[in-house]
Design a protein around this ligand. Structure first.
Ligand code: NAP
Length: 215
């Protein structure tokens, strides 16, 4: 798969590396270009200066920008996202009042409304960047929770998530992005409150039954 990673920060760098290692072709962008160049050197991802050009050449687009940049990105790229799988990794956080972002909406659904022709999937947002780079802890893969309305796109993202090393889990329709984003709010709050290492990610424990998870 040709994957465009938009944003070259903690998440963009981590996923550019793990997606490349999983055998996909990755391009990466960032407005300054500086971090994208660094990620390109470290991961072999191809650096492209234009978000639109990166999107046009991709089958799937990983959105790894701060929430405040989402509208700008969607406005800039717009209909070039039609038909593309858009993997939304973004989270919202209000450090002063964390519950304020748990408001019955999600970034993923807002993107889907703004670009109805895109195949928006929520994924990777419940694990910190360190775990997106390497989702296996003490030999155990953490969970890659994937939500979306386009079943074919969701299957492709579940395969991608599994290829990186997560245990893939189908989390349901795109509306479940509200739950996944709330899970991110909780894990961020916990790391802040307890001075944890920002290296964790969600995992269900206990048997899931005989069916392969996520299928
Ligand atoms: N950090 C985590 O562990 C983690 C885990 C799960 C989800 N998330 C979510 O993932 C997103 C990215 O987090 P992060 O920690 O990677 O942030 P970050 O380190 O601040 O990196 C953000 C990147 O986005 C780029 N960017 C900003 N506006 C852009 C635009 N319009 N087009 C293209 N690139 C743009 C920035 O470019 P410059 O380099 O030029 O500034 C930067 O490279 C956030 O929504 C966050 O909530 C983060």
């Amino acid at each position: 798969m040709e994957v465009a990673v938009i944003g070259a920060g903690n998440v963009g760098g981590a996923l550019a590396g793990s997606i490349s290692r999983a055998g996909h072709t990755v391009t990466i962008t960032s407005p300054s270009g500086r971090r994208a160049e660094e990620v390109g050197r470290e991961t072999g991802a191809k650096v492209i200066s234009s978000n639109r050009e990166a999107v046009e050449g991709a089958d799937a687009v990983v959105l790894a920008v701060p929430t405040h940049a989402v509208d700008q990105f969607v406005g800039e790229v717009g209909d070039a996202l039609d038909g593309k799988i858009v993997i939304d990794v973004t989270n919202r956080m209000n450090p002063q009042e964390p519950p304020s972002t748990i408001d019955g909406t999600s970034n993923a659904e807002r993107i889907q409304v703004a670009v109805p022709g895109a195949r928006v999937i929520k994924a990777f947002n419940t694990a910190f960047a360190v775990r997106q780079a390497d989702p296996v802890v003490d030999g155990t893969p953490i969970d890659g929770l994937v939500a979306g309305d386009d079943e074919a796109a969701k299957r492709e993202v579940l395969d991608l998530v599994e290829g990186i090393g997560f245990r893939p889990i189908d989390a349901g329709s795109l509306g479940m992005a509200r739950a996944l984003e709330a899970m991110a709010t909780l894990i961020i709050s916990l790391n802040m409150a307890n001075n944890w290492s920002w290296q964790n990610g969600w995992k269900l424990v206990g048997p899931l039954g005989s069916a392969a998870p996520g299928r």
